[in-house]
Design a protein around this ligand. Sequence first.
Ligand SMILES: C[S@@+](CC[C@H](N)C(=O)[O-])C[C@H]1O[C@@H](n2cnc3c(N)ncnc32)[C@H](O)[C@@H]1O
Length: 218
Amino acid sequence: MTYADYIRAKTANHSPEPKKPDNSKKTILSLCDYSGIWSDPYREAGYNVIQIDLKHGDDCRLLTLEEVGSVYGLLSAPVCTAFSAAGARHWKKKEEEGDEQLIEGLSIVDATLRFVYLNKPKFWVLENPVGRLKHYIGHHKMTFQPCEFGGWCDNPAEDAYTKRTCLWGDFQEPEKKPVDPVDGSKMHRLYGGKSERTKEMRSMTPRGFARAFFTANQ
Ligand SMILES: C[S@@+](CC[C@H](N)C(=O)[O-])C[C@H]1O[C@@H](n2cnc3c(N)ncnc32)[C@H](O)[C@@H]1O
């Protein structure tokens, strides 16, 4: 064995770990994010995640530019009560009672767009179900069903359901890894009630989608 062969053999199994990128200076502003599922992959990759939700005590409409600093990426999942087609049969009645819910919903959407306008993130995305939001912010960029990204989950059965939702923004479209929607519209079947808990379960970001979105937008 030559000396060169000896060195090669000795170092063969000792290739240094590839250096992980330092993401700590990249801020992800995640609005209306109660569960933290959408922002989780960024947190795990070391990004500086600012997770904002009213139920954690923060109103995204009151965030100042100083509190936020520069924003690398923005995720937002505003309350959909006033916009979702699922509640369409109540729209007329709600309007007769006044525009409060609609104005409230729009004020959260507007706060998102304010941060986009002022902070100019590298990517931004706003999620809301199929409904009437398009009349206020234009046509969505894409729609998806949770099951279309189920293959990204450790347990693909977790997202084997349907619940079409829309995405607006400026971002790379995530790669789909579909699974059969064997659970159908499980969110409405299992969590159809009006309690806060069932509403939370229904509106949680699907984990497979969150991973796919992170992979496409870094
Ligand atoms: C449709 S849910 C989205 C939930 C999200 N996908 C998740 O996985 O937690 C809307 C969320 O917006 C929050 N929210 C409502 N008004 C808000 C406000 N003014 N500022 C920040 N969050 C707000 C609610 O508490 C709720 O968690």
